[in-house]
Design a binder for this molecule. Structure first.
Ligand SMILES: NC(=O)c1ccc[n+]([C@@H]2O[C@H](COP(=O)([O-])OP(=O)(O)OC[C@H]3O[C@@H](n4cnc5c(N)ncnc54)[C@H](O)[C@@H]3O)[C@@H](O)[C@H]2O)c1
Length: 322
């Protein structure tokens, strides 16, 4: 994709995380000057191994709850890609106040610093969790939104603040609702997405564990497609205040995912273990991406098979140390 970011000054929040570090590497490849910010709550410096070798990259261990710091750092920034967040749905059920402080309070700090410093655009990492358990499928941007977790409610509050900052202050804000992103640098930890957790288990010859009956459907989106969507949003004109679904738009059941993953890993002999559904988890979720296709010209290039192959290839090169 040829999108000119040469010389653009970009702030990536959550830069040491899974999505933020992949964005950072791509922006640097395109000649942008990148400032990465992360408090390392969940991020890892090793994710920035390539970026740190680049003289046009600067990293700050800092917190988005620190408004004065944001005000200082946003002085010369053209575009902000705001990825930093309290990212775990089950953790948000246990710690709703912390989730709100980081996700809503932190995002409001970013928006206000961007307003004061005349930042040209803010691209926000929203989430499919804003839809909640509404029965209509696929999820369309103009549907009613009924989040069923503090995480989803906080992302929705952020979207509303983005829109308000556009309407009231003329700030150029865009929200991208990601649907289950996976790929290199995603952590294998209790609170990660299902794919790295299962990859770790399959590699250790343990059965994947399914919450519920496994017939819940999901859209799994490969990281490179999410990076492309951000690039397109970053250079788009006249779409301030808009929200876009970013997904593969190709749903599969969790049971089917387990079968494909075992096959791609050459571990078809493994079984599947079932346990209770988790509170806050949505039953079915997949994206209608017509709006992103029409307006952003977004086209996902990876399906679940090709995305998993690319991810597993990368994982093998690290001996499955995710
Ligand atoms: N991965 C997905 O499937 C998915 C789906 C929907 C939305 N999102 C959103 O995309 C964004 C990136 O998610 P990710 O998967 O890369 O998660 P991640 O946890 O790998 O990255 C988030 C980063 O934010 C940092 N962070 C947390 N609190 C912070 C704070 N107070 N100040 C500064 N940094 C802080 C963490 O250390 C981490 O590096 C998040 O906003 C997340 O909610 C992700």
């Amino acid at each position: 994709m040829i999108l000119d970011l040469e010389g653009t000054k970009i702030l990536v929040t959550g830069a040491a995380g899974f999505i933020g570090s992949n964005l950072t590497d791509t922006f640097l490849e395109k000649g942008a000057h990148v400032i990465g910010l992360d408090n390392l709550f969940n991020g890892r410096m090793e994710n920035l191994g390539i970026a740190l070798q680049n003289p046009i990259f600067t990293f700050h261990k800092a917190d988005i709850r620190d408004y004065d710091f944001l005000l200082e750092i946003c002085k010369d920034i053209d575009i902000i890609f705001h990825e930093a967040a309290f990212t775990s749905v089950p953790q948000s059920v246990k710690m709703p106040i912390s989730c709100n402080e980081v996700n809503v309070g932190g995002t409001l700090n970013i928006l206000n610093a961007a307003r004061v410093r005349d930042v040209e655009a803010i691209i926000f990492a929203s989430s499919s969790s804003v839809y909640g358990d509404t029965p209509t499928l696929p999820k369309r941007e103009d549907m009613s939104l009924i989040p069923i977790s503090p995480y989803g409610a906080a992302k929705l509050a952020c979207e509303k603040y983005l829109y308000t900052y556009y309407k009231v202050y003329g700030l150029n804000t865009i929200a991208l609702r990601y649907f289950n992103v996976y790929g290199p640098r995603q952590k294998d930890s209790t609170y990660s997405g299902v794919i790295p957790i299962w990859l770790g288990r399959i590699y250790r010859n343990e059965n994947p564990i399914v919450f519920g009956d496994g017939e819940q459907r999901r859209d799994f989106t490969y990281i490179k497609d999410v990076v492309d969507a951000n690039l397109l949003a970053g250079v788009a004109k006249n779409i301030s205040g808009e929200v876009f679904n970013i997904g593969a738009s190709s749903p599969i059941t969790v049971n089917k995912l387990a079968v494909i993953m075992k096959k791609v890993c050459g571990k078809e002999h493994l079984g599947i273990d079932y346990t209770d559904p988790r509170p806050g988890d949505i039953r079915d979720s997949f994206a209608d991406i017509v709006k992103a296709k029409e307006i952003l010209k977004f086209e996902p290039k990876f399906n679940i098979q090709t995305g998993l192959e690319a991810y597993i290839e990368w994982s093998k090169s690290r001996n499955f140390a995710l």
